[in-house]
Design a protein around this ligand. Structure first.
Ligand code: TNX
Length: 551
C-alpha cells in the first residue's frame, strides 16, 4: 500500500508518476486499483490522495469531464450499461420524464438499445440509472448535481431539473467517446465508479451567435444548442439584427424581415425567423436548459431597418441594403416620434415571444449617433423594456446611460473603461473580452476564417484568464458570468461556425463553471484531448489545434 499526496495533479499526471515509480503496465488497462481524487473547491490547493492495492484490471472513472467538476472521487469498478438498463425518474413529472427520454435518446443510437423511461417510487433495481429530484444537497443550488456510480447503479440527484440535465452531460462524457455516434458501435459501455459533486461558479455561461451578418437556419441553431448543452452552457444570445440583415419577423413592421432580411454579407440571399421559428428555437433551447436572449442592435448597426422603413431615418431617405462589413455608420433617428412607436412595437412583440427575463438592445459602436442622443435613447429603451416586464442588457457602451440595477452591461471592448461604470451604478456585468472570448478571432495567422482585430486567440489564450481579475473595478461579485460571441462576417456555413467555436467553446464553458482554483491550462489540455473523438463522433468540424495531443 502506497499513499501520497500530490498538489495540483491530474489523474493522468498521477498515472505518469506511477509509471515511473512502480512500473505499472499502463493507466489505460492496468491502473492502480484504488485511485481517490479529492478536490476541495473552496481552497486554492487541490489535494489529491492516491492509494494503491493489488486488484486486476480496475477501471477508473476517467478524469476527462469538461467543465471540470467541483469535486470528483474515483473508486475502482465499473457500471456496465446494457440493453436491460432502466432509466428511472423521480418524480415522474412530464419535465423529469422528458429529461430521462433525452438521456435515452443520447444513449440508444450508439448502443442499439431501446432504453425505456420508468417512473418509480420504489428503489430502482440493479443495473439501472436513477434520475431523482429527491435527496440532493440543497447547497448544490438549482444547477448542481450529485452523481454516484457503483457497479450496480448510476444515481443522479439534483434539486432542480436543470441539475439533472447537466448531470446527464457528465454521464455522457464518462462513457466511451463512441457513445456519441449516430450509428451502432461495439461497446462495451462501461462507466468507472465514483462520485461527482458539482455546481457552477457563475449563473451565466453563455454563447452568442450572429445570425445577422450571415443567416443561419433553425436547424443550424438547434444543432449549436445541442453542442453548447454538452458543455453545460445555459444561455444563447441571438444577435438578430445588424446593418446587413433583420432576422426576426415583427408583425407590426413586416418589412423589417421581408426586405431588411433579404440579403446578407456578400450579397447572397439572407433569411429570417418567422415568429413560429423563433418560438421553436426558444422551446428547443428550453428543453436543453438554455435561455434565449434576443438582441436587436440599436441605435447603431441599424441599416437593415432604415432600408426597410425610411421614416426611421432623420432625412426620410431609405439607404440601400448593405452587404459589406463596415461598422459604425448607421443610426435610428432618435428624436422622432415614429422611432418611439417603433421601439414600443418591436420590444412589445419580442417580449411576448421571449419567456426569459432579458432583452438585449446592442448599443455598441454607435458612432453615427450624437453622444447626448445615445444616452437619452438608452434610457428610453430601458424604460420600455421594463414596462414590458423584462430587463435590459446591452454591450458595455450602455453604461454611459443611467442604468437600473437590474440592467446588465456586456464587457467586450479592449479599452475596458466603460463596463466598470455599470458596476458603479449597482449593475452586473457579463464578461466577453474580445481578445479572450471572440470566437470569430483567428486561432493563428494561418487560420483562413475569421478576423484578427482583437488578436489571435489560440486555445490557451482563450482558456487562461480569470473573469474576476480581467478588468479593474469588476470583481467576482459583480460578474454574472461569461459569454463567447461568434460574429459571422466571415462565416457562411455551419461547418464554418463549428470550426471557429470548437474546441474553444469547452474552454469558455469551463471558465464559467469550474472553480478558478481547479483550472490549469496544462491539466485542461490533457482533458480536452479526450474530447477530440467525442466531437468527431458528434460530427463536429473542429479545429485540431496543435496545442493538444489528440489521440
Ligand atoms: C465588434 S463586439 C462588434 C461587432 C463585430 C465584431 C467582429 C461588438 C459589440 N461589436 O459588430 O461583428 O466586432 O469581431
Amino acid at each position: 500500500m502506497l499513499k501520497k499526496v500530490y498538489p495540483h495533479s491530474s489523474f493522468w499526471q498521477i498515472c505518469a508518476v506511477f509509471l515511473g515509480a512502480i512500473a505499472l503496465a499502463s493507466c489505460g488497462n492496468q491502473a492502480p486499483s484504488a485511485v481517490v481524487v479529492t478536490r476541495v473547491p473552496a481552497s486554492t490547493t487541490t489535494m489529491v490522495s492516491v492509494q494503491i492495492a493489488t486488484q486486476p484490471n480496475p477501471v477508473p472513472m476517467p478524469a476527462n469531464i469538461i467543465p471540470r467538476p467541483a469535486s470528483q472521487v474515483s473508486t475502482v469498478g465499473s457500471f456496465v450499461l446494457s440493453a436491460d438498463t432502466g432509466i428511472y425518474v423521480e418524480p415522474a413529472t412530464d419535465e423529469v420524464k422528458a429529461i430521462g427520454q433525452y438521456l435515452a435518446d443520447r444513449l440508444n443510437p450508439a448502443t442499439g438499445y431501446a432504453l425505456k423511461i420508468q417512473g418509480t417510487s420504489a428503489a430502482p433495481g440493479g443495473g439501472s440509472i436513477s434520475l431523482t429530484l429527491v435527496g440532493a444537497d440543497p447547497a448544490l443550488g438549482g444547477e448542481g448535481y450529485q452523481l454516484t456510480i457503483t457497479p450496480e447503479l448510476v444515481t443522479l440527484a439534483a434539486n432542480q431539473p436543470a441539475g439533472l440535465f447537466h448531470g446527464i452531460q457528465t454521464i455522457r462524457q464518462l462513457l466511451p467517446p463512441a457513445i456519441e455516434s449516430s450509428s451502432i458501435q461495439p461497446g462495451p459501455w462501461t462507466i468507472g465508479t465514483g462520485t461527482i459533486t458539482d455546481y457552477p461558479r457563475f449563473a451565466w455561461r453563455g454563447a452568442m451567435l450572429d445570425v445577422a451578418r450571415h443567416f443561419f437556419s433553425v436547424r443550424d441553431v438547434t444543432r449549436y444548442i445541442d453542442l453548447l448543452a454538452y458543455y453545460k452552457i445555459n444561455r444563447l444570445h441571438l444577435h438578430l439584427s445588424d446593418d446587413q440583415g433583420w432576422r426576426i419577423q415583427i408583425n407590426s413592421w413586416p418589412n423589417l424581415a421581408i426586405y431588411g432580411g433579404s440579403l446578407e454579407v456578400g450579397g447572397s440571399p439572407g433569411g429570417y425567423y418567422s415568429q413560429d421559428d423563433y418560438t421553436y428555437i426558444v422551446d428547443y433551447a428550453k428543453s436543453r436548459y438554455i435561455m434565449i436572449i434576443p438582441e436587436i442592435d440599436m441605435p447603431g448597426h441599424f441599416n437593415a431597418a432604415l432600408a426597410s422603413y425610411p421614416e426611421l431615418t432623420c432625412d426620410g431617405v431609405a439607404p440601400e441594403l448593405y452587404t459589406g462589413t463596415r461598422v459604425g455608420f448607421s443610426s435610428i433617428c432618435v428624436n422622432k416620434e415614429i422611432s418611439n412607436i417603433f421601439l414600443k412595437d418591436v420590444i412589445g412583440e419580442l417580449a411576448v415571444l421571449t419567456p426569459g427575463p432579458y432583452i438585449h438592445i446592442g448599443g455598441d459602436e454607435a458612432q453615427a449617433t450624437d453622444a447626448a442622443d445615445y444616452i437619452s435613447f438608452v434610457n428610453k429603451v430601458q424604460s420600455i423594456i421594463e414596462a414590458n416586464g423584462k430587463h435590459m442588457i446591452g454591450w458595455e457602451e450602455i453604461a454611459q446611460a443611467t442604468l437600473l440595477p437590474a440592467s446588465i452591461a456586456q464587457h467586450w471592448n479592449l479599452d475596458a473603461g466603460v463596463a466598470a461604470q455599470a458596476v458603479r451604478q449597482g449593475g452586473k456585468v457579463i464578461m466577453s473580452p474580445a481578445d479572450k472570448t471572440y470566437l470569430d478571432m483567428k486561432y493563428q495567422a494561418s487560420t483562413t476564417l475569421g478576423q484578427e482585430w482583437a488578436g489571435y486567440i489560440n486555445l490557451q489564450t482563450g482558456y487562461s484568464w480569470d473573469p474576476a481579475t480581467q478588468v479593474g473595478g469588476i470583481i467576482e461579485k459583480d460578474i454574472l458570468g461569461v459569454e463567447a460571441p461568434l460574429w459571422s462576417e466571415t462565416l457562411t456555413s455551419m461547418a464554418d461556425l463549428e470550426y471557429m467555436a470548437f474546441p474553444r467553446v469547452p474552454g469558455y464553458a469551463e471558465i464559467g463553471w469550474t472553480p478558478q482554483a481547479l483550472r490549469d491550462w496544462n491539466e485542461y489540455r490533457v482533458r480536452l484531448a479526450d474530447h477530440g473523438p467525442r466531437l468527431e463522433a458528434l460530427g463536429v468540424n473542429f479545429y485540431p489545434s496543435p496545442e493538444v495531443l489528440w489521440p
